[in-house]
Design a protein around this ligand. Structure first.
Ligand code: S3P
Length: 168
């Protein structure tokens, strides 16, 4: 069972690329954030505010274990912090081919500057926070991935072709 799993920082395009890839490959699409929200009956920002980040991280690990039961090969988009937990990285790889969408802090900032749905970026200086978090996470993204696709300045078509080529 080989799923294609998309990882990467917030704003790297995991969901928008994943939906397009699912059309292109005619496979179902799943997104760990949306699955957790549906299961919990509340938004990620409410889970962070009411239960705390650590509880959310445990939910992510549980969700990865549940996804191991999927029958058909799917495209799976993941929350931006999911590969940071060491125990999640082998779980990700066991699901299929993990594609790390690599993005620069500046692109993330441009894409998410007006977004209020990411609790980790609701601060005085989001660009500095993005830089710090990305630098701290880069190693985990690389270690947890089979292939890396840089996304800055590329169209969806180019990104999709690169993913198809690298996951053949
Ligand atoms: C997070 C990324 C978010 C979501 C949560 C935490 C992170 O997902 O899981 O807000 O730690 O980077 P997206 O990458 O889909 O925005």
């Amino acid at each position: 069972m080989k799923h294609i799993i998309l990882t990467g920082f917030m704003g790297s395009g995991k969901t928008s690329v994943g939906i397009r890839l699912s059309y292109r490959l005619r496979r179902a699409f799943a997104d760990t954030d949306r699955l957790i929200e549906r299961e919990q009956g509340k938004a990620i920002s409410d889970i962070f505010a009411q239960d705390g980040e650590e509880v959310f991280r445990k939910m992510e690990t549980q969700m990865l274990r549940k996804l191991a039961g999927l029958k058909e090969p799917q495209i799976i988009s993941t929350g931006g912090g999911l590969p940071v937990r060491a125990e999640n990285r082998p779980l990700l790889k066991a699901l299929g081919t993990v594609v790390y969408l690599k993005v620069s802090p500046e692109t993330v900032y441009e894409r998410l500057r007006d977004d209020t749905s990411r609790p980790l970026l609701q601060c005085e200086d989001p660009l500095s926070r993005i830089r710090e978090l990305l630098a701290a996470r880069e190693g985990a993204y690389r270690e947890g991935a089979d292939v890396t696709v840089a996304v800055d300045g590329k169209s969806f078509d180019v990104i999709l072709e690169e993913i198809e080529e690298k996951t053949k």
